[in-house]
Write a protein that binds this ligand. Structure first.
Ligand SMILES: [Zn+2]
Length: 123
């Protein structure tokens, strides 16, 4: 879903919600807002392009990937694997999944036990 950014036409009459620019996630087919959902003052869309909501995920993605790398550098394979595994479910990223499996192996799990594996195994 794209995120749209709006600003009030008349900031003097705006409520705290729209006095500063506000962002709202809307479907591509939805009509753009013409009024603030809170106070009903007229607002306008400031950007004609839309920023995909996925960007939030991608920020998080970078953060998680960094954390995984940290775990790997410290040789905390099971931690890295857990994190990568969970994250791969969320972002549907095959690369991360492979990385998770890789780290599971390094952590000493064999492929068969991976299925049963659920808890973090502290090193
Ligand atoms: Zn408002």
């Amino acid at each position: 879903m794209p995120i749209y950014e709006y600003e009030p036409l008349n900031p003097k009459k705006s409520c705290p919600e729209c006095i500063n620019r506000f962002e709202i996630i809307q479907g591509i087919d939805e009509e753009p807002l013409s009024r603030c959902p809170k106070c009903g003052q007229k607002v306008r869309k400031i950007i004609s392009w839309c920023r995909a909501a996925v960007i939030e995920t991608s920020d998080e993605h970078l953060r998680v990937e960094k954390k995984i790398t940290e775990y790997e550098q410290q040789g905390m394979w099971s931690h890295a694997a857990e994190l990568a595994d969970k994250h791969s479910e969320k972002v549907k990223d095959k690369g991360i999944k492979t990385r998770a499996l890789d780290n599971y192996k390094k952590a000493g799990y064999d492929a068969d036990s991976l299925e049963k594996h659920s808890k973090t195994n502290d090193i």
